[in-house]
Design a protein around this ligand. Structure first.
Ligand code: RB5
Length: 153
């Protein structure tokens, strides 16, 4: 039974995988909000990514999961927002490391890249892994410093 509050979103390219992940989150008892899209009709991934990323950045949700065809576009958008650390993970090693090392607060995946079985494993690991802190905290703090600096990075 998960205690995290999650925001989930996708474009048409990620709709079927998002439905799979919805089932998983329901099975595991996670509290989540589905920001859509709700069919395979074409939509623009920046719109959904922005909505989910804002909701996570503003603290309404602990973490987010975004799915498009590749996981790339939706992650590029999410990472435009200071405070968002979106990680594209198509393997379980990266999923674990993105939490332990980078304290990733959004997971992105591509429905056209991996199958539902692997995606489920990735989500389970990503949700169950804590940030390791220590030397990684210093590095993540440096990311925040870049975001808040008045100097052009
Ligand atoms: C939509 O065709 C596709 O471009 C989108 O789902 C995503 O893969 C973009 O990065």
């Amino acid at each position: 039974m998960g205690s995290l509050k999650l925001a989930v979103g996708c474009d048409h390219g990620g709709f079927k995988l998002k439905e799979e992940i919805r089932k998983l989150l329901q099975e595991k008892g996670y509290d989540f909000k589905d920001f859509g899209t709700f069919s395979e009709e074409s939509v623009d991934y920046p719109d959904i990514a922005l909505e989910v990323a804002r909701a996570v950045r503003d603290g309404h949700f602990d973490r987010g999961i975004l799915i498009c065809g590749t996981g790339i576009g939706i992650g590029i958008v999410a990472n435009k927002l200071p405070g968002i650390r979106a990680a594209l993970c198509h393997d379980t090693f990266s999923a674990r490391a993105s939490r332990e090392h980078n304290n990733a607060n959004i997971l992105t995946m591509g429905e056209r890249v991996i199958g539902p079985g692997l995606a489920r494993d990735i989500v389970n690991i990503w949700l169950e892994t804590d940030f390791a802190g220590g030397r990684h905290a210093r590095r993540v703090q440096k990311i925040s410093d870049i975001e808040t600096s008045n100097n052009d990075p």
